[in-house]
Design a protein around this ligand. Structure first.
Ligand code: ATP
Ligand code: MG
Length: 470
């Protein structure tokens, strides 16, 4: 093992702790990540005694300001890009109907017992006599080596004390690509119902970490298998299963969605694009239909799914502004590029460019990721078709510049020309010009647009005001 705690900051904390006559330790994520050789900038220091006092004294020495969270008994400061947080060692006991623990001062060992997993309970000593030695009462080092997520105590206790830990187990299993120990996983299945006492914000923070992982599907399969997904996002677990009628089956939409999600994650770190992949087919259960001739259909699932996005975001307490609108738009448009395959007309391509606007590249990435099949020949054929649409998209955009389309004749211009107040007719003329450009009847320029404006105004019986001075 490399020698840990070589940064100056740890030496200073160690010296101050000695002066304060308290024992201090680095604990949790930083220790785990150091042993895994993962970069980490969050350092948690646990103190047998007052965390606030030690934080103040170290900060004084470094001339940095401290933020105190008195309610939680924690204090933190930033130092050379690292967030250093201090807390007094605690001993906790929970009552069964609340996450709010009764907290008492405790020893390092008490504090390690209330940690969620053996790999998160590891500590390095900051005492002079055994500086940097690992304190590992629950076999966390072995579990790191064996890639196992396991609770330090009886899982029933760990998970009932704070049911969020069930999702954290899955989050760490996903981020680190570890396996959850059999007993711990059995206990998660048993206690899935207890999740309701946990706030949505805490659940969603863990979900976001699952989404940001290299292979997010790992987490969603575990959530599904444990019964937690049903509680968190039933719209997604409703995609499970494939029905058969008259010998015809349909695609298993949950595993399909997982494949699409991983495909997107391979190509992009954009969290919201990943959410669009996760939710792109949520309209399928509601639109599923069996037709004797054509078999299974999901007509309109793109539209129905997009309508479900705001309520999913609201329930999960995800942001309801730009991010939600972006996801809703991608879900709504996800079939459009492929729908063009049968007939790649310039007007179809222009309409897609107009509707997608700046999301077109992300939409194409999603659409490419959506091509999944067990049959490699089918995948090859679809990818070939998709490639043709992409090529056309580039050509049409170069030619017509529709992507950030601004109508060459504005509503103001129409009102000014005909002396009109804002009214229905102005909208009619404007739409007419837009449609003509998208259909390729006229070019995307002011000259042709103005001529068309005059033609349409005449048809509508609108004339220019007479200039009285003449
Ligand atoms: P990362 O910050 O990389 O997501 P981490 O392990 O630092 O991982 P945090 O949520 O920052 O995770 O928590 C820091 C430490 O606090 C954990 O390593 C763990 O020891 C402990 N911890 C956090 N949340 C809980 C919890 N709900 N129950 C028990 N211990 C927890
Ligand atoms: Mg952390």
């Amino acid at each position: 093992m490399r020698a840990p705690l070589r940064s100056r900051i740890f030496k200073i904390i160690s010296e101050e702790a000695e002066l304060n006559n308290v024992r201090a330790f680095v604990i949790g994520g930083y220790v785990r990540d150091f042993l895994l050789k993962r970069p980490s900038t969050d350092v948690d220091i646990v103190v047998e005694g007052s965390g606030l006092e030690l934080a103040e004294n170290v900060a004084k020495k470094l001339s940095v300001g401290v933020t105190q969270f008195k309610k939680f008994g924690t204090a933190m400061f930033r130092y050379r890009g690292m967030d250093i947080e201090f807390v007094g060692a605690r001993k906790e006991s929970y009552t069964s109907d609340s996450r709010k623990p009764a907290v008492e001062n405790g020893t390092l060992e008490d504090d390690q017992k209330r940690r969620d997993f053996t790999i998160n309970a590891l500590a390095f000593s900051l005492q002079k006599e055994d500086y940097g030695s690992l304190i590992d009462p629950f076999g966390g080092l072995d579990d790191l080596r064996d890639k196992i997520i396991k609770t330090p105590l009886d899982p029933r206790k760990t998970f009932t004390d704070d049911p969020l830990r069930m999702i954290r187990a899955i989050r760490f299993a996903t981020q680190l690509q570890f396996t959850i120990h059999r007993d711990s996983f059995a206990s998660i299945k048993q206690h899935a119902d207890r999740l309701h006492i946990v706030s949505q914000e805490r659940i969603t923070a863990e979900l976001q970490k699952i989404m940001a992982s290299e292979k997010p599907s790992l987490g969603f399969y575990l959530l599904e298998e444990s019964g937690l997904l049903q509680k968190i996002l039933p719209e997604l677990s409703a995609l499970k299963g494939a029905e058969t009628m008259e010998g015809k089956g349909h695609k298993e939409n949950f595993s399909h969605t997982m494949e699409v999600l991983d495909n997107v994650a391979k190509e992009s770190n954009n969290l919201w694009l990943r959410w669009a992949a996760l939710l792109h087919d949520i309209g399928k259960p509601a639109t599923k239909h069996f037709d004797k001739k054509t078999g299974w259909t999901f007509h309109g699932h793109d539209f129905v799914g997009s309508k479900m996005v705001p309520s999913v975001f609201r329930k999960l307490k995800l942001p309801l502004g730009e991010e939600m609108r972006y996801v809703r738009k991608l879900v709504k448009l996800h079939l459009r590029p492929i729908a063009l395959v049968d007939e790649v007309s310039d007007s179809g391509v222009r309409r897609l460019l107009f509707d997608a606007g700046d999301t077109i590249d992300d939409l194409m990435l999603l659409c490419r990721a959506d091509i999944t099949s067990k049959n490699p020949a089918t995948v090859r054929r679809h990818i070939g078709n998709f490639g043709r649409v992409s090529q056309r998209l580039i050509e049409v955009e170069e030619k017509d510049a529709i992507r950030n389309f601004q109508p060459p004749v504005s509503g103001e211009k129409i009102m000014e020309t005909y002396g009109l107040p804002p009214c229905r007719e102005v909208g009619l003329i404007k739409d007419y010009i837009k449609e003509a450009i998208l259909d390729g009847k006229i070019g995307n320029n002011a000259e042709e647009a103005l001529a068309l404006m005059e033609e349409r105004a005449r048809e509508l019986g609108i004339s220019k005001p007479v200039d009285k001075d003449k």
